[in-house]
Design a protein around this ligand. Structure first.
Ligand code: TRP
Length: 439
C-alpha cells in the first residue's frame, strides 16, 4: 500500500531494448534492493511513451516492454509491495504533460542536453538545426516531469545524464505551485555513486549504442560464448596479468564478494590463462542469474499474465493519479461551469487588482493613470519630462500607498473626495499582493 508520509522513490526505464548485464548491475539490482526498504514507497514504471521518441518499430517496443517487465520481476521486484506499472496505462500522464507544457519556458527546453546534442550535430553537419528533430524529443523533459510530479516523488534514482531532467521537473513544479497553489512536491535526483559502471565486450561502457552488451537472460550457452568474446590482452597462460584496465576483472568484481575478488586478483598475479578466467567469470555470473532465468522465461512465455500484473499496478497508480488530476484541472480553471464560486484565492484576487497604465501624449510628455479592476480611472498624473520620472512616482504609490499622495500632489490631478477612499483601498491592494503585480 502507498502510505503518504513515507519517502516516495520513483524511477522509469525506457522500453527500447533487451536488458543487459550493465542494466542489471547499474539499475535493476540496486533498485530491487532499495525497493525492499520498508521506509520507502516505490514507484517503478516502464516508460513506453518515452520509447516512442527513439523508436518507430512497434514490435520492438512491445517486445522490449515484456522483456524489461519480466526482468524486473525475475530480479526480485515484488509488484505487491511496490507500484509497478506501464506509463501508457496512465492516461493522466499525457494530460498532466500538457498542463506542465504550459508552465515550461521554451528556452528551458532549448537547453535540454538531448535536444541540444541533436541541434549541435546538425549544425556541425551543416544541416538545418532542427533537421530530423521531432517535437517529441524536444518535449521529452516535460513528459518526464509529468511522470515524476504526478506521484509526488521525493527521490528519483537516475543516471548522471538525467540530472538535468530532474532539475527541470523541479522548476515545472515551482512554477505551477507559484501560479496555482501548492500542488506538487519538488523532487530530488539520487545518484548511486557506489554502483558499478560495467564495461562491455570491447572494454567501453556496456551500452546498446556500442553493440557490446551481454543480454541479462540469454541462455547459459550463449552467455558463455559471449563472455569468451570479452577483449583481453595477448598475455599467455603463466604470465602475470594486470587487473587494472581489465574489463573481465571489472565485470567479475561487479558480481563477486570481496573475498572472491581478492582471489581473482591473486589468480591474475599468478598468471591464470584468459580461458580459465573467462570460465570463472561465466560461473560466477551464472550462479547469480541462473535461478532467475527460469522465472524470467516463464514470464516471457506468459505475456497475458504480465499484462495482468501491469494493469493491477496501473490501477493502484491511478487511485492516486485520477483524483490528483481532478484537483489539478480545477486549479488551472478547467472546471465545471457551475463551480464558479469556488476559486483559488491568489489568482482570483489578482484579476481584481488595479493597474497603472503608462503612456505618452502628443505634447511629448509622459503620463500615468491608476485604473481599478473595472477600468475606472482613479488617479491621473500630470505630464512628466521622462518615463523614468513617471515610473518613480508609480513606484512610490505602489510601495507607500496613500501615504505618498501628499508628496505627489504637485504632479497629480486633484483627487476628489468621492474617489479618495477608492484610491486608498486600491493602493492597499498592491501592498497585500506584493509589489509589481501590476507589471
Ligand atoms: N528518461 C529516463 C531514462 O532514459 C527514463 C525515464 C522516463 C525516467 N521517465 C522517468 C526516469 C521518470 C526517472 C523518472 O533513463
Amino acid at each position: 500500500m502507498t502510505t503518504p508520509n513515507r519517502t516516495r522513490v520513483l524511477t522509469g526505464i525506457t522500453t527500447t531494448g533487451t536488458p543487459h548485464l550493465g542494466n542489471y548491475v547499474g539499475a535493476i539490482r540496486p533498485t530491487v534492493q532499495a525497493s525492499r526498504d520498508t521506509s520507502t514507497d516505490g514507484f517503478y514504471f516502464l516508460a513506453d511513451y518515452h520509447a516512442l521518441i527513439k523508436c518507430d518499430e512497434p514490435a520492438r517496443i512491445q517486445r522490449s516492454t515484456l522483456e524489461i517487465a519480466a526482468s524486473w520481476i525475475a530480479s526480485g521486484l515484488d509488484p505487491e509491495k511496490v507500484t509497478f506499472y506501464r506509463q501508457s496505462d496512465i492516461p493522466e500522464i499525457p494530460e498532466l504533460t500538457w498542463l506542465l507544457t504550459c508552465v515550461t519556458g521554451k528556452g528551458v527546453l532549448n537547453r535540454a542536453h538531448a535536444y541540444k546534442a541533436a541541434v549541435d550535430k546538425n549544425n556541425t553537419a551543416g544541416h538545418d538545426p532542427d533537421s530530423d528533430v521531432t517535437a517529441g524529443l524536444f518535449m521529452y523533459p516535460v513528459l518526464m516531469g509529468a511522470d515524476i510530479l504526478m506521484f509526488k516523488a521525493h527521490k528519483v534514482p537516475v543516471g548522471r545524464d538525467q540530472i538535468q531532467h530532474i532539475e527541470m521537473a523541479r522548476d515545472m513544479a515551482s512554477s505551477f505551485n507559484h501560479l496555482y497553489g501548492e500542488h506538487f512536491v519538488l523532487p530530488e535526483a539520487v545518484i548511486e555513486e557506489s554502483v558499478a559502471l560495467l564495461p562491455g565486450l570491447d572494454g567501453r561502457k556496456m551500452s546498446k549504442s556500442y553493440d557490446n552488451t551481454i543480454p541479462l537472460f540469454a541462455p547459459a550457452a550463449q552467455m558463455r560464448k559471449q563472455i569468451a568474446g570479452i577483449v583481453t590482452d595477448s598475455k599467455a597462460p603463466g604470465e602475470p596479468k594486470a587487473t587494472e584496465g581489465s574489463a573481465l576483472f571489472q565485470i567479475y568484481q561487479a558480481f563477486a564478494s570481496a573475498n572472491e575478488t581478492a582471489a581473482m586478483a591473486r589468480a591474475y598475479a599468478e598468471g591464470i590463462g584468459w580461458g580459465d578466467a573467462k570460465q570463472m567469470l561465466f560461473e560466477r555470473i551464472d550462479r547469480e542469474i541462473a535461478p532467475m532465468r527460469e522465472h524470467y522465461q516463464s514470464l516471457i512465455d506468459n505475456p497475458a499474465q504480465m499484462d495482468k500484473i501491469l494493469l493491477a499496478g496501473a490501477d493502484k497508480a491511478r487511485q492516486l493519479a485520477t483524483p490528483f488530476m481532478r484537483d489539478l484541472r480545477h486549479a488551472v480553471g478547467l472546471r465545471a461551469l457551475s463551480s464558479g464560486k469556488v476559486a483559488t484565492v491568489a489568482k482570483e484576487t489578482k484579476t481584481a487588482l488595479p493597474n497603472f497604465k503608462q503612456y505618452r501624449e502628443k505634447d511629448g510628455l509622459f503620463y500615468f493613470k491608476l485604473v481599478d479592476a473595472k477600468g475606472v480611472t482613479l488617479l491621473q498624473s500630470l505630464g512628466f519630462a521622462s518615463p523614468k520620472e513617471a515610473g518613480q512616482a508609480i513606484s512610490r504609490l505602489q510601495n507607500e500607498g496613500a501615504d505618498a499622495l501628499p508628496a505627489l500632489e504637485s504632479c497629480l490631478e486633484p483627487v476628489t473626495a468621492a474617489t479618495l477612499a477608492s484610491v486608498v483601498a486600491n493602493l492597499q491592494l498592491f501592498d497585500q499582493m506584493g509589489q509589481n503585480l501590476s507589471k
